[in-house]
Design a protein. Structure first.
Length: 281
């Protein structure tokens, strides 16, 4: 069987994001990661929510599910649970993931679903013309907030570490080599992986310059299993550390399901349908 390359993952639908949108970089890095892993389209499922990033599954050959607003993780959980052999990539924007969809994150974390969640954070609602989002900085001016945002910004990676998500990383769409590597590591991680990708919107909230001024690399000697050190990195506001902040191994949701199945079979003398019916006759 011939090896797969980036072109093999592209569909006939062309991206229609604004020129310079960071999501182009994210899409390219997903292509690169899939080609590196040699993932077949039959093994791949992509789940997205509402927003500019929601279009992404249409651009990748595989099973695609464009969900309603904020419901990426429940659908991804169902897909992975029903078919554990699928590689499930979930994707959304900061509004979809951390506003209406925010309540699903802690439950995905405690289940430790084996899904990679790529969140493209541009600090605005780009699809609906630039309103402030859950990650917009305080006093950020927008059409609906001409005097600035009245709320503090959420810190996605700090929140993820607090929830004990077993793989937490931050990337930047303008650094494709590192982003590709982090997506690969997220895919290879057994458990829930959340990758916050700073993905600027050039139309309504262009943060390329401010991001370039703030990014820094996480030191190679950082102990990714040290949750307190990871939180210290996450809480930095003067800089945006890029790389893996936190990673631990623990049982996945599918591991627990398999354990229940094993225990149930061991306790049941006869698991046939006929035997079950007899219990109620």
């Amino acid at each position: 069987m011939p090896s797969l390359n980036i072109a093999d993952y592209k569909t006939e639908i062309h991206p229609i994001w604004c020129p310079g949108c960071g999501d182009f970089g994210v899409l390219t890095c997903i292509y690169r990661a899939l080609a590196t892993k040699q993932v077949s389209s039959e093994q791949l499922a992509l789940v997205s929510g509402i927003g500019c990033s929601g279009r992404l599954p249409a651009y990748v050959k595989g099973y695609g599910f464009h969900t309603v607003h904020g419901r990426v993780l429940p659908v991804a959980t169902g897909l992975k649970t029903a078919n554990p052999n699928l590689l499930v990539l979930a994707m959304g924007g900061d509004g979809d993931a951390f506003s209406i969809g925010g309540g699903h994150i802690p439950h995905a974390a405690r289940r430790n679903i084996d899904v990679t969640y790529i969140v493209m954070d541009n600090e605005t609602y780009g699809l609906t013309k630039g309103q402030v989002s859950a990650t917009s900085e305080e006093e950020q001016v927008a059409g609906t907030n001409p005097y600035g945002s009245l709320e503090e910004a959420l810190n996605p990676v700090a929140m993820a570490i607090a929830y004990n998500i077993s793989f937490v990383a931050r990337a930047y769409s303008a650094k494709p080599a590192q982003l590709t590597e982090l997506i690969l590591k997220g895919i290879e991680h057994k458990g829930f992986a959340l990758i916050e990708v700073v993905s600027p919107c050039t139309t309504f909230h262009d943060i390329y310059k401010s991001t370039n001024d703030r990014i820094c690399e996480i030191e190679p000697h950082h102990n990714v299993a040290d949750r307190l050190k990871a939180m210290e990195l996450a809480l930095r506001r003067d800089k945006l550390p890029l790389g893996i902040l936190y990673q631990v191994e623990r049982p996945t949701f599918q591991d627990r399901i398999n354990n229940v199945i094993t225990k149930a079979k061991a306790q049941a003398e006869d698991t046939s349908v006929e035997s079950l019916f007899k219990q109620f006759m």
